[in-house]
Design a binder for this molecule. Sequence first.
Ligand SMILES: O=c1ccn([C@@H]2O[C@H](COP(=O)(O)O)[C@@H](O)[C@H]2O)c(=O)[nH]1
Length: 236
Amino acid sequence: MNRPIIALDFPDRQGVADFLNHFSDEKLYVKVGMELFYQEGPEIVTWLKALGHDIFLDLKLHDIPNTVESAMRGIAKLGVAMTNVHAAGGQLMMEGAMRGLVAGTAEGQRRPQLIAVTQLTSTSEAAMQHDQLIAVGLAESVSHYAQLTQASGLDGVVCSALEVSDIKKVTANAFVCLTPGIRPSGSQVGDQKRVVTPADAYQIGSDYIVVGRPITQSETPATAYKKILTEWNGDY
Ligand SMILES: O=c1ccn([C@@H]2O[C@H](COP(=O)(O)O)[C@@H](O)[C@H]2O)c(=O)[nH]1
């Protein structure tokens, strides 16, 4: 079964522990983002790994190439399955990120997948053009960032499932599209702008989906997760 990646957007480890209690012994694919990591530090990753979960460390690095390369060397040592940067940091920064990750990965250990954020799923086309002064459409901007990411030697991108078909046309087969902004029909959209249901993400061909609040804020998280898991595996 392909597992949806659960965004563990909690303020502390206790919040995560309470949440995980709903799942008995199930091995999950979880995402640790800024909220949790900046409170708990790298130990949160060590703890989740010890529980048997796979981890996407979503820190979205965006800095000068040398700084990102050094930071990635450290991230590699945490043994996460995947991590990321912002494609807007540019080709030199992304190449530096990959160099750091390769250098920091111990022999015999698998290098974490490295992907780049194109345009955040909370960004609308109008906001992108106004805030970032980008004159092209959102689809074109996302496609450009995907090609730049591939040229930089990374494994894939973060985008909305709405852009996956276009990206797949201009990138290699193995190039990964990870899609947050997933909302089961009827659930609250919140601050997300480019949303897709788990079933549609499956149909479109997303490689991974990331789901946070529809699971973490649910009264019955395990049931919400199971329903999304089923849809995401083409059973709906
Ligand atoms: O473009 C992006 C990149 C990252 N995210 C992250 O995914 C989750 C989504 O959570 P929801 O509660 O399902 O909205 C969150 O941690 C974001 O930081 C994203 O949404 N869009």
